[in-house]
Design a protein around this ligand. Structure first.
Ligand SMILES: Nc1ncnc2c1ncn2[C@@H]1O[C@H](COP(=O)(O)OP(=O)(O)OP(=O)(O)O)[C@@H](O)[C@H]1O
Ligand SMILES: [Mg+2]
Length: 345
């Protein structure tokens, strides 16, 4: 049997990938323009919306540009040390730092450099390194996946802000769940993050999904479109439905029960468990509503427009509901209605 081309592993670049043209272009254009129009972007979206894949794709594209160095930092570790180490060990840069006599031996990075006083403050170390990078007309993109509101992250963000102000060639791309990015951004000391542009990952293009299914699974045009619509453009569902349909030789109806179960166990259980009771009640009312009319749902719940408005906004920003049509809401995740029906608030 042929190898299944779809993947259900999170965070790994899929071999079947649908490009988000507009959102990719936006970031790359802003970063590459001279002078840069932005030096930071925050990517948010619900679990399984493709944040890690998107980050990796952009990092790859920018890394392929001349004079760009991409460093991936681990959000769970000390970020400035991670960045210093990443830069130091990039083989295009090591010799520059050595000639600039940047001694990082205190941090266990590189080797002792004779006749150079070791630097003891990591922030100063990174700044000195970036000055060297700037002299060499190079630029650095730092990527951080899954940020949360931690002390390391806040320290890193404030150091980053100073480096940007000093015209150092550093760029930052991070991803996080909306709720995590939001608390980080609303931290009083993070005024600069407050203004950082956010990209809410949109659903994948339905037409592109349909043509992928048609080509890869050899299903007919009508089936391919029907399947694509079923995924609602949710990247994880695109992979899972593709995977099981492939296993069932293109008979997607047979694949559906497994597909739903997989989505529930690997994404929806976690998403549901992270919601407040009131969020769940609103989603339940929406799932039960025939029209999706905002006023109907709100009255059904006995909430005031103000109360309802703030919950609705949060659900929109988290990427759980879609409000493209004025006055109406719908669920963003595929088959989520039936999941909600069988789960307690
Ligand atoms: N552009 C894309 N085209 C096709 N499939 C994609 C795309 N982006 C992501 N996927 C698929 O969707 C699934 C989830 O992707 P990813 O791990 O990037 O999500 P995430 O938003 O980082 O999730 P989490 O919040 O759990 O970290 C993976 O199976 C991945 O292969
Ligand atoms: Mg991820």
């Amino acid at each position: 049997m042929k190898h299944n081309p779809y993947t259900m592993i999170f965070g790994k670049e899929p071999s079947q990938s649908i490009t988000r043209l507009m959102q990719t272009d936006e970031i790359i254009t802003q970063f590459l323009s001279e002078p840069p129009a932005q030096q930071i972007y925050m990517i948010t979206g619900v679990r399984g919306s493709g944040k890690t894949v998107f980050l990796t794709e952009i990092a790859k594209k920018i890394g392929a540009e001349k004079n760009w160095i991409v460093t991936e930092c681990n959000a769970a570790k000390d970020l400035l040390t991670g960045l210093a180490s990443g830069l130091y060990h990039d083989n295009r840069l090591t010799s520059y730092f050595k000639s600039a006599k940047i001694n990082l031996s205190v941090f266990g990075i590189g080797i002792e450099i004779s006749r150079a006083e070791p630097i003891t403050d990591i922030e100063i170390a990174v700044r000195r390194m970036l000055e060297t990078v700037r002299d060499k007309k190079k630029k650095v993109l730092v990527t951080i996946d899954e940020v949360t509101n931690t002390k390391q992250m806040r320290e890193f963000a404030s150091a980053f802000q100073i480096m940007v102000r000093q015209d150092l060639p550093i760029f930052l791309l991070m991803t996080g769940l909306y709720e995590n990015i939001d608390v980080l951004q609303n931290n009083k000391a993070m005024t600069f993050l407050h203004r950082a542009p956010k990209i809410h990952l949109k659903p994948l293009n339905i037409g592109s999904i349909a043509s992928n299914y048609r080509k890869v699974l050899s299903v007919n045009e009508a089936d391919a479109l029907q399947m694509a619509r079923m995924t609602r453009g949710y990247p994880f569902a695109f992979q899972v439905l593709g995977y099981y349909t492939f296993e069932h030789n293109g008979h997607y109806e047979e694949a559906l029960p497994l597909c739903k179960q997989y989505l529930e166990e690997y994404a929806y259980d976690k998403i549901w468990s992270e919601l407040s009771r009131l969020d769940k009640r609103i989603l339940k009312a929406l799932a039960a509503s025939k029209t999706g009319s905002v006023s109907e749902i709100r009255e059904d719940l006995g909430m005031t427009p103000n109360q309802f408005g703030s919950y609705r906004n949060r659900l929109l920003k988290r990427g759980l509901v879609n409000g493209d049509e004025y006055g109406y809401l719908s669920l963003s995740l595929p088959f989520f209605e039936s999941y909600i029906e069988t789960h307690q608030t």
